[in-house]
Design a protein around this ligand. Structure first.
Ligand code: HSE
Length: 315
């Protein structure tokens, strides 16, 4: 197999955690690898995709890694050499696990690696957030851990919270159905009542505060919300039942739609087996096949490593 020039490693992310809509996100120990195999003439792209999304992603002109790479190069006034990229994807595509954020992070980090004066990840974040439209996947994707972020025009503020102890796992159940973020955002009402806004604000504040001090027993309440989940859980079979039932299962600390869905995220303490089983059983009961992952929190965020010298592999 050809040795890459650069290897990018990007984690999956679960945005929102229920009440932290467009604000909080968690990086998870499930990764895509993007290997840059060769640089080429501008406009010449070859993308090989293995694993998740292989059927959808191979057309280079629609590949978000390439779009983000070109956009970053143009933002910095750089020429953008063509690329040959091999994607080894483990993050399910269009399932609410941050596959778009991982592609944007990958594209921008490749462009950055070709700069004469590469920027730090922190300096890259505002551009990436503008490309993604909201910070809650892309910021934890780049930094790792659980992050609370806020974008104000072109400026970004964020706080990375401490990670939970090892006994806490993230169980992600991924059903065999796609829900696009666009459709999931269109399902939201333009207005909600003052009472529902207060309910959601209350849970979001409790979530951030409880996570910061390790009061994990509060998550069952804190991951509840009325801004998006009640509307989105109706978009795929089993969503409403999983939100309602899984929090009662032994070991479950809290459950939420992962990002804009349709994957579901449960945080567990102790053995995650019963929770994983309950989530998949409820999808099956609703005639939807699913698979699950038992993950931990990714601590490192996206990384790029130079593997070989460009001169050795440029055609
Ligand atoms: N916060 C976003 C949403 C994440 O829920 O629409 C989607 O990737």
């Amino acid at each position: 197999m050809m040795e890459p020039i650069f290897r990018v490693k990007v984690p999956a992310t679960s945005a929102n955690l229920g009440s932290g809509f467009d604000t909080m996100g968690l990086a998870l120990s499930l990764y895509n690898f993007y290997d840059v195999l060769a640089l080429d003439e501008p406009g010449a792209y070859k993308v090989e995709v293995y694993g998740e999304g292989a059927a959808e992603l191979e057309k280079a002109d629609v590949n978000l890694i390439i779009k983000s790479y070109e956009q970053a190069c143009s933002e910095w006034g750089m020429e953008s050499p063509g690329l040959t990229i091999r994607c080894l994807n483990a993050i399910p595509f269009y399932r609410g696990l941050g596959s778009s954020a991982s592609a944007i992070a990958g594209g921008v980090m490749i462009a950055n690696a070709l700069r004469e004066d590469p920027l730090s990840v922190e300096e890259l974040l505002p551009l990436m957030v503008r490309m993604e439209g909201h910070p809650d996947n892309i910021v934890p994707c780049c930094l790792g851990g659980m992050v609370v972020s806020c974008m104000n025009g072109t400026q970004l503020r964020y706080v990375r919270l401490p990670s939970p102890p090892k006994e806490i796992s993230a169980v992600v159940a991924v059903p065999e159905v796609h829900v696009s973020t666009k459709d999931a955002r269109q399902a939201l009402p333009a207005q909600i009542s003052h009472e529902d806004a207060v309910f959601s604000l209350n849970r979001a504040a409790l979530l951030a505060a409880s996570w910061a001090v390790g009061k994990w027993e509060n998550l069952t309440w804190a991951m509840d919300d009325r801004l998006h989940q009640p509307f989105r859980a109706k978009l795929f079979p089993g969503g409403e039942e999983i939100l309602e039932e899984v929090k009662k299962v032994r070991g479950c600390l809290g459950v939420a739609i992962s990002g804009s869905g349709p994957s579901m995220l449960a945080l567990t303490h102790g053995s995650p087996r019963e929770v994983a089983e309950a989530m998949c059983r409820l999808f099956t009961k609703n005639n939807l096949r699913s698979r699950f992952f038992v993950l931990s929190v990714d601590e490192d965020g996206a990384t790029i490593e130079k593997v070989a010298e460009e001169e050795e592999v440029v055609a």
